[in-house]
Design a protein around this ligand. Structure first.
Ligand SMILES: C[S@@+](CC[C@H](N)C(=O)[O-])C[C@H]1O[C@@H](n2cnc3c(N)ncnc32)[C@H](O)[C@@H]1O
Length: 239
């Protein structure tokens, strides 16, 4: 099966239909990812089929989370090579997307991808989530914050919840067996003004893997002392 077939079949299994143009944009993105990966470290997954499944289909599986829809304002925290943010932007063409990462080389890659694919309304932020989360231009300005493979949920909540408006959502894409990690994060989520409202199991197409999406609603303002200074949320997570 080629990359386009994996995308088409896999997205159907996820309950979504990609247009021909969206499919072509994602295949082009995959080519850029593998090309740039020879010069800068973007991904450890390099086999084409695995890239399509573990990066692209896994990112698209976020559409199972109901808070995601067109026209919302989304921040992808620790986006790395653009996952899940860019596949979501290809699918939901009208979202306003902010891609945040602390590695500038990755930001340059993301700018090149968005320019090549013709994606509009994308903002690029280079820096730490803890710093932008304290900046009034970004704090509590988003309908949705998403993150995949960045940190344990208790630290990740401190990175992400400050960006979300009251009534908005933080969507954490997680691997299998998330229950213990969710328990360890309960206190932190509450302190930061959130509440877990749903956990969705997602069987990843063409694999035996089941991933989880944890959906957290922001129900009250985040106290101004959070996020703490850069590094603290991972060194000393709220418990
Ligand atoms: C393992 S990668 C995952 C990237 C992408 N989300 C994915 O699923 O492929 C983690 C990324 O988070 C970024 N990161 C880690 N801590 C961060 C922080 N505090 N603020 C901003 N970016 C951070 C790293 O630079 C890295 O690109």
């Amino acid at each position: 099966m080629n990359s386009m077939d994996i995308l088409k079949e896999g997205s159907k299994a996820l309950g979504i239909e990609l247009t021909e143009q969206q499919g072509q944009q994602l295949v082009k993105y995959k080519e850029l990812l593998l090309e740039w990966n020879e010069k800068i470290n973007l991904t450890a997954i390099t086999e084409e089929k695995d890239v399509m499944i573990k990066h692209f289909l896994d990112s698209l599986s976020c559409v199972k989370a109901s808070p995601l829809k067109n026209e919302v304002k989304i921040i992808d925290v620790g986006t790395g090579a653009g996952f899940p943010g860019i596949p979501l932007k290809v699918y939901y063409t009208d979202i306003q997307l902010t891609l945040l990462d602390s590695l500038n080389k990755r930001i340059h890659f993301l700018q090149a991808v968005c320019e090549t694919l013709g994606l509009k309304s994308v903002e690029f932020l280079h820096g730490r989530a803890e710093d932008y989360g304290n900046n009034k231009n970004y704090r509590e300005r988003y309908d949705v914050a998403v993150a995949r493979a960045v940190a344990e949920l208790n630290s990740l909540a401190e990175y992400c919840i400050p960006f979300v408006k009251i009534g908005g959502f933080f969507i954490a894409q997680k691997g299998p067996n998330i229950e213990e990690e969710m328990k360890r994060a309960e206190k932190a989520i509450e302190i930061l003004g959130g509440k877990i409202v749903e956990k969705i199991d997602i069987p990843l197409p063409f694999s035996e893997i089941t991933h989880n999406i944890v959906i957290i609603k922001k129900i009250k303002q985040t106290p101004t002392k959070y996020p703490r200074k850069a590094g603290t949320p991972t060194k000393n997570p709220l418990l």
